[in-house]
Design a protein around this ligand. Structure first.
Ligand code: G6P
Length: 611
């Protein structure tokens, strides 16, 4: 949610900022801006995308070696030129970029207004930059002290970078609840809200912790807390390759990420499936295995697609390990006074590792004494650092706003956990365990096969690209897939779509079915196959259009459905991993055909770091 980039060193800063913003645009794209310090704090910003900013900047002064840039996902104030970042303080001493929300901004603004400060924008961020300037001028203190004092008065979340015209050799950055990474170069530093803009320059990074303040000059980094306690920076090696954040010839990141899934799932397996394909080993859970084996209850929390993966987890843990499991939206869990007993296991699922509601729910669960585990994709993000233990999904960077490979990686991790726990709790025999491990490892090549039918999905997409509504139905393990299929379609094509448990159709959605309503029925072979066949007949009896997703070789449904999509046979417990792939591609093609911006759908953001 909002992207931050900054640089200090000997390079020309403008290309570093613009390239960085392009890499970060997936986080927010309502408006963009930069400030380059070169005698003055040249500020350029405008509504729209980074490409609009590039046009806006043409012919203006961009030369300099220190600068900051921002791409915004609006929270306070509509997306327009004035509300775009960077924000300048009233007397032009400071310029600031900010991610997050200053919750007490209205009160701070009122106080500043009483003291004669005037504002140009409606943003909370402009309040903060003026508070910094007010303290700086009134208190005659250094820029760093002004920043720290101002932050001590702020309630809310922030990742900020500040420049001061009187101290032109310095960037000051601070974090609370909104991630910031520093890239350490040779007499140069890079700053960003995630590592994607940094990786092409350096692989040495420092992740700021909450309450950290970093003061950067070209050749020195001072790290301290807001309260002025000195900190020792810990340099990490970034395990990220530049190729992973390029489109590699694909038209969109989403398409690339869909096609990456055979490989990304293999990466999720790496080091966790024994070479003889007989055993699973989850190193991140080693220390907490006794608690997991004895768990009475698991609570899974997440948002969006990660919540859907959690629903699959519920089926897996109950089915294979016989542990009672509940799944909740993190945003509901954190506010509803949930019962958490000592010994409960809470699993937080998150691609970004930064979702504000999930982080808050983790805090609550920890306070209540639960063991909290994380299943996250972004290494070094906040959730893995806040949780007691966990498993990285290792799907590689996911740039497309609509989550695809992160979902299959999350389900893969949940499947590995459930199979392993099933064996350790002696619910599964050694033979069942080995058969499941083997079957799981066959998933990537089966996905490979599904991807070869891309043209078929495209043809179906072409027939229904003009629909106004879609219904997705599934039962059991495939019900979360119905939800995920519907979410993918609405996120990127703006077609209204609903996912439903197939049997529940009779309690409402059936009223909507007519000859204009495509119904995607996920009907691969499992124990409720006959039942879903009846559901298909119910749809057909009302002239609905049925797009059925079936197991290879199915002839019964083929004779009833308008269109059939086949996926290879697998054990039902892993069926989600196959069934979701054609649905991702169906949504993708429909969105492209409708002329939608697939990687940057309107109003959405990749990582929601505000509640
Ligand atoms: C946003 C993204 C979704 C994602 C959700 C949860 O809505 O657009 O793709 O599923 O946040 O994000 P997380 O990073 O916690 O998985």
């Amino acid at each position: 949610m909002c992207g931050i980039v900054g640089y200090i060193g000997d390079r020309e800063v403008y290309p570093v900022l613009i390239n960085g913003l392009k890499r970060l645009e997936y986080r927010g794209y309502d408006s963009a801006g930069i400030s380059v310090l070169n005698k003055s704090l040249n500020i350029y910003k405008c509504k729209g995308k980074v490409s609009d900013l590039e046009n806006h900047v043409k012919g203006k002064i961009t030369s300099g070696n220190i600068g900051i840039g921002h791409t915004r996902w609006a929270t306070h104030g509509e997306p327009n030129d004035i509300n775009a970042h960077p924000h300048e303080s009233m007397n032009g001493k400071f310029v600031l970029i900010h991610n997050g929300i200053i919750e007490n901004y209205a009160r701070l603004k009122e106080r500043l207004e009483h003291r004669g400060v005037t504002f140009r924008s409606e943003t909370d961020s402009e309040v903060l930059v003026n508070l910094i300037e007010y303290i700086y001028m009134k208190g005659q203190v250094s820029a760093e002290i002004a920043v720290r004092l101002a932050l001590s008065k702020v309630i809310g979340a922030y990742g900020i970078v500040v420049m001061c015209i009187d101290e032109p050799d310095k960037l000051i950055a601070a974090r609370k609840g909104s991630p910031l990474v520093i890239g350490v170069g040779n007499e140069e530093y890079f700053l960003a809200s995630d590592a994607t803009p940094i990786v092409e320059y350096t692989k040495s990074v420092i992740y700021l912790n909450d309450d950290d303040v970093a003061i950067l000059t070209k050749d020195e980094l001072i790290l301290k807390t807001i309260r002025n306690d000195k900190q020792t920076p810990k340099v990490h090696h970034l395990d990220l390759d530049i190729g992973e954040i390029d489109k590699n010839g694909y038209e969109h990141f989403m398409l690339k990420e869909i096609f990456e899934q055979p490989r990304s799932i293999l990466d999720t397996f790496r080091g966790r499936v024994s070479s003889d394909v007989k055993n699973l080993h989850l190193g991140g859970l080693f220390n907490v295995m006794p608690q997991l084996i004895n768990a009475k209850r698991i609570i899974i929390i997440g948002c969006g697609t990660s919540w859907h993966a959690g629903l699959v987890g519920e089926y897996l843990f109950e089915d294979l390990a016989r542990i009672s499991t509940e799944v909740e939206y993190a945003s509901e869990f954190r506010y509803r006074n949930p019962i958490i007993n000592k010994g409960d296991i809470v699993i937080a699922i998150s691609q970004s590792g930064e979702t504000a509601d999930t982080l808050a729910a983790i805090k609550l669960a920890k306070e209540a004494g639960a063991l909290v585990l994380g299943i996250c994709n972004v290494v070094g993000s906040s959730i893995p650092r806040e949780t007691d233990a966990g498993v990285y999904t290792h799907a590689g960077p996911e740039i497309g706003v609509a989550s695809t490979k992160a979902f299959t990686a999350q389900v893969t991790v949940l499947a590995m956990m459930a199979v392993l726990l099933g064996r350790k709790r002696e619910i599964l025999s050694e033979e069942q365990y080995r058969t499941l491990v083997k079957e799981l490892t066959l998933i990537p090549e089966k996905i490979e096969k599904i991807l070869t039918f891309n043209e078929h999905y495209k043809k179906i997409a072409n027939l229904y690209k003009g629909a106004n509504n879609f219904l997705y139905l599934g039962r059991g393990y495939l019900y979360p897939v119905a939800l995920e299929g519907a979410l993918k379609l609405k996120e990127i094509s703006y077609i209204h779509a609903e996912g439903y448990p197939a049997a529940e159709m009779k309690h409402g959605p059936i009223a909507l079915i007519d000859q204009n309503m495509p119904v995607v029925v996920i009907a691969t072979k499992d124990s409720s196959y006959e039942k879903i066949v009846s559901n298909i007949q119910e749809v057909k009896a009302r002239n609905g259009i049925v797009i059925a997703l079936v197991t290879e070789g199915d002839t019964i449904i083929k004779n009833m459905a308008d269109h059939v999509i086949e996926v290879p046979q697998t054990n039902v417990v892993f069926s989600t991993l196959l069934a979701v792939i054609p649905l991702q591609l169906l949504s993708y093609h429909i969105a492209v055909m409708r002329g939608c911006n697939v990687d940057q759908p309107r109003n959405l953001a990749k990582s929601v770091t505000v509640e």
